[in-house]
Design a protein around this ligand. Structure first.
Ligand SMILES: Nc1ncnc2c1ncn2[C@@H]1O[C@H](COP(=O)(O)OP(=O)(O)OP(=O)(O)O)[C@@H](O)[C@H]1O
Ligand SMILES: [Mg+2]
Length: 456
């Protein structure tokens, strides 16, 4: 304020006034004393008027000009504009209020920016694909997940009509039905990507404004491949179980009927048929036991009974069960165990793993073969391997042998009494222990299974 009193216009005004006074001095000296007085009064009044005008200019016109400039900047969206050195009095009040308004606007715009950023982050990080379409059918937004599902990049979608850029006919129908019925519409599509089949569920939801008028639609894309796979697995499982149960039951029923029809009278036939019925019912029993074991392992509330055990002792309990079967096929069964190995496992489950692997080794190794069980420790785990010199497993079947009911040679393994659940159970037990199982095999040379139980 003080500085502005000596501002250039003011100084030039004052100089101007003095020049007028000097210039008129000569005239004044020629005039009478009454004129001199009158003239002096006029000059003084003129000076006072000039000073008053300058005061009005400094106090009102200049601040209002500054305020107008600041408001202009605010209107243009520069919310950082402020009025500096505000006056006191009513114009000062106005400037201060404009400054407060500017501060509020800047705060609001900051919050809006933050919210927009948060919204974009949420939209981009949702695990479902999103597409926003306006009422004219133009795409306004696609999120990152959508791009990862359908490829290309946002620029190829945003600003275009949905039917020009979204390729699937089903998606078009979903959009059309959402607009037509103004209700949520659901469909699903399949997509083949790098030989892998993907299942995608599409939900179209209409968007209304506050007057309940349709303003567009949002499409949500869920990847339901995992769910579908589970559903397919469940269906396959039910079909497989039914099939596996049907075979022995049909056989039991057939032989029982034949016996009832009179075959029971001949002792030899009767004994033969009864033996078959007995074998088949054993198979049924085995199958049901395996299914129960699997379902127990799969239960959420399943708990392992982990205790510290001596690994060599556990093996010592199991081997005798197989001695006889090995001798029958003249298979040499040898055991290499590091002494003094102790581990923390569920002893019963551990035994089941070794039993299933040994049973396979004996079943799938021809006469005069060899089976070797070894046990040693690595840094983090106890390692058990069961190696045989048997028929081996073809490479393309290796990834599938842990599937339920999968058998390389259906008829052959059924003859050995197998249900195809043994390795599925082993894999499950290893998973609940946090361990792992691997297999090496060469056709007609032999197979080695390795299991690793974590020490901790
Ligand atoms: N040591 C092995 N040598 C060769 N093939 C094997 C061996 N172990 C498993 N297989 C193959 O893997 C398949 C699946 O084995 P799995 O133990 O799960 O079922 P299974 O032996 O047929 O029946 P079970 O449920 O009675 O064990 C077998 O049918 C067999 O084809
Ligand atoms: Mg088996």
């Amino acid at each position: 304020m003080k500085k502005s009193l000596f501002s250039k216009p003011l100084i030039s005004y004052i100089i101007g006034i003095f020049l007028i006074i000097f210039a008129t001095g000569a005239v004044i000296s020629q005039l009478t004393s009454e004129y001199i007085i009158l003239f002096s009064v006029l000059i003084i009044e003129f000076i006072v008027l000039i000073i008053m005008l300058l005061h009005v200019f400094e106090k009102y016109v200049k601040p209002i000009k500054a305020a107008t400039k600041t408001v202009d900047k605010l209107v243009k969206g520069n919310y950082r504009a402020r009025i500096h050195h505000p006056e006191i009095g009513s114009v000062g009040e106005l400037s201060r209020k404009i400054n407060i308004l500017a501060r509020n606007l800047s705060e609001l715009s900051f919050q809006e920016e933050m919210q927009e950023k948060q919204l974009v982050t949420v939209i981009d990080n949702t695990q479902s694909g999103l597409v926003l379409i306006d009422e004219k059918g133009y795409v306004h937004l696609v999120n990152r997940k959508f791009i990862s599902m359908f490829g290309k990049n946002p620029r190829d979608y945003v600003g275009y009509l949905y039917y020009d850029v979204l390729e699937n006919e089903r998606i078009h129908q979903t959009v059309q039905q959402t607009f037509l019925y103004e209700k949520t519409v659901k469909t699903s599509i399949t997509q083949t990507k790098e030989l892998e089949k993907k299942y995608i569920e599409i939900v179209g939801a209409p968007i209304f404004n506050e007057k309940k008028m349709l303003k567009g639609a949002v499409l949500v894309f869920y990847d339901i491949t995992e769910l579908k796979k589970l559903e397919i697995m469940r269906k396959d499982f039910v079909a497989n179980v039914s099939h596996e149960l049907k075979t022995p039951i049909t056989s039991i029923k057939g032989f029982a009927e034949t016996l009832l029809d009179g075959a029971a009278k001949e002792q030899e036939t009767r004994e033969k048929f009864l033996a078959i019925i007995f074998e088949e019912s054993k198979r049924l029993n085995l199958l049901i036991d395996d299914l129960l074991t699997l379902s127990k392992l799969e239960k959420d509330e399943f708990r392992l009974h982990v205790t510290e055990v001596n690994a060599a002792e556990l093996l010592r309990d199991i081997i005798p069960m197989f001695k006889q079967r090995a001798e029958n096929k003249q298979i040499q069964l040898s055991v290499n165990v590091e002494q003094g190995l102790s581990m923390k496992v569920d002893a019963d489950r551990f035994k089941q793993v070794i039993i299933n692997l040994l049973a396979n080794a004996i079943s799938y190794t021809p006469e005069h073969g060899e089976i070797t069980v070894t046990m040693d420790e690595t840094d983090q785990s106890i390692h058990v391997s069961v190696a045989d010199t048997g028929i081996g497993i073809p490479q393309d079947a290796l990834p599938r042998i842990f599937e339920r009911f999968y058998r390389v040679d259906k008829t052959r393994s059924r003859n050995t009494g197998g249900t195809g659940l043994g390795l599925a159970i082993v894999k499950h037990i290893m998973e609940v222990h946090g361990g792992k199982i691997t297999v090496d095999s060469e056709l007609n040379k032999g197979t080695t299974f390795h299991v690793y139980f974590p020490k901790a």
